[in-house]
Design a protein around this ligand. Structure first.
Ligand code: NAD
Length: 251
């Protein structure tokens, strides 16, 4: 079977890898001995701390800064990776931003920003990094979407739309790339205990948790488990799927 190389010979790029779900994903792959690229936007220190933890597991690690709102910076990131010999076999499009508020109050700038970082960032990274996967006849693209991209959420209309777009992008690109041995899937979490939920106070978080059959938020590492499974060389027949780890919230 083409491309069935062990993880230890593979490279993963995790966007938004300096914290939250992305950091858990990076560390999970580092434990398996993969070469790990940690992309970050704001905090060099946070990215270095995740890199240090990954290196403690024996992984070869690179950190790279880029604003996914800028095609120029994404191209520069791709070039830096190539120069250092980090050619991703696995791309985890994890970086994203949320937005909370009634649609009647949403500005055009807010709409553009949520679409650009979540949806356009996923498009640009996939487009730039898939070429080498296609030529190798092997690759895994895993997009971090959201439960709201499946069901929609009140007061999160633009975020739900962006994540719904990622789901459609995932299904369509999976069909385009399947003949090349590249799988494309999306992980659509429910509520996960990360900085993204820091806008909610403890009482609000408790109210959200009470709606979830599992009675709690997911830990980032529980999302990393699914990303890991989809990245496995042996998961090559799973493509175009939107899988939602959500504690039974949406079945
Ligand atoms: P987080 O806020 O900790 O992580 C978001 C990451 O995206 C950060 O590393 C941030 O630096 C990066 N990012 C934001 N804007 C960027 C930009 N312009 N350029 C480059 N990077 C940028 O939150 P998280 O929960 O770890 O989020 C990770 C992913 O999971 C996101 O796509 C989010 O939408 C998705 N998600 C989160 C939850 C949740 O409950 N936390 C639920 C469903 C989906």
């Amino acid at each position: 079977m083409t491309g069935l190389r062990p993880f230890t010979e593979q490279t993963v790029l995790v966007t938004g890898g300096s914290r939250g779900i992305g950091a858990a994903v990076a560390e999970r792959f580092a434990k398996l001995g993969m070469n790990v690229v940690i992309h970050y936007l704001q905090s060099h220190e946070a990215a270095n701390e995740v890199a240090r933890r990954c290196m403690n597991h024996g992984a070869k690690v690179m950190t790279v800064c880029a604003d996914l709102n800028s095609k120029e910076q994404i191209v520069a990131m791709r070039d830096k990776l190539e120069q250092r010999g980090f050619i991703p076999d696995v791309l985890v499009n994890n970086a994203g931003i949320s937005h909370y508020g009634l649609l009647s109050d949403v500005t055009e700038e807010e709409w553009d920003r949520v679409m650009d970082i979540n949806l356009k960032g996923t498009f640009l990274c996939s487009q730039l990094f898939m070429d080498r996967m296609i030529s190798r006849k092997y690759g895994r693209i895993i997009n971090v979407s959201s439960i709201w991209g499946i069901s929609g959420a009140s007061c999160e209309v633009i975020y739900s739309t962006a994540k719904g777009g990622i789901n459609a992008f995932t299904k369509a690109l999976a069909k385009e790339l399947a003949p090349s041995g590249v799988t494309v899937n999306a992980v659509a979490p429910g509520a996960v205990d990360t900085d993204m939920m820091s806008g909610f106070d403890p009482a609000e978080k408790e109210a959200i948790a009470s709606e979830i059959p599992a009675g709690r938020f997911a830990a980032p590492d529980e999302i990393a488990s699914l990303v890991y499974f989809l990245a496995l060389p042996e998961s090559g027949y799973i493509t175009g799927q939107i899988i939602s780890p959500n504690g039974g919230w949406l079945t």
